[in-house]
Design a protein around this ligand. Sequence first.
Ligand code: B16
Ligand code: MG
Length: 212
Amino acid sequence: MEIKGIIFDLDGVILSTDDFHYQAWKSLATRLGIPFDREKNNRLRGVSRLASLEIVLEGYHFSDEDKNAFAEEKNNTYRELLNNLTPESVSEDTRDTLDELKRRGYKIAIGSSSKNTKLILSRVGLLNAFDAIADGEDIKKSKPDPEVFLVAAKRLGLNPTNCVVVEDAFAGIEAAIAGGFLPVAIGDATNCQSVEYKLNKLSDILMFDFLK
Ligand code: B16
Ligand code: MG
């Protein structure tokens, strides 16, 4: 199947906001006296804020009211950390790769579970860099459901079979496969057995045989 579009996950793929998520969850967990480490954080990749909170609180019981307050607290800490973002937070390798894909005639999109997607993209100067954006505000079901990628493909005017999905999360790879996309893994997702194409850095994608 001919590839015509590339859909990128945001956190952990376009830039390293995944570490800010870790710090924000760690700060909440520490305040609540709940253990939280990098291994647990990996399970939150691509997972919505409330579903992530359920994983953070596993084995502990809190009311829905408390949980909503905790999710808001985490998001406030996270958004404070996002103030550290500047255009330099996106590597040259990533910017050059996006430019090269556009030069070769591919359509590019963001497919992120995050409700902070547009804030992040505007802070790093990439808000207008993509042909389409699908994010946490557009969907009811978060990854591993393919909804966010299906919305992105639709906005690109492409079928899933004509699109690649680049993901750092196991949940995101699962979502890509479920939606009929070609999955490409980077970061933590390279440990996923079900992916053939793996990247050390974003520009590695330019070498693959599915691109012209
Ligand atoms: P927010 P992605 C995901 O973004 C993150 O990986 C995940 O850790 C986070 O919980 C989720 O967004 C929701 O983010 O709290 O900002 O709405 O990897 O799908 O780009
Ligand atoms: Mg991610």
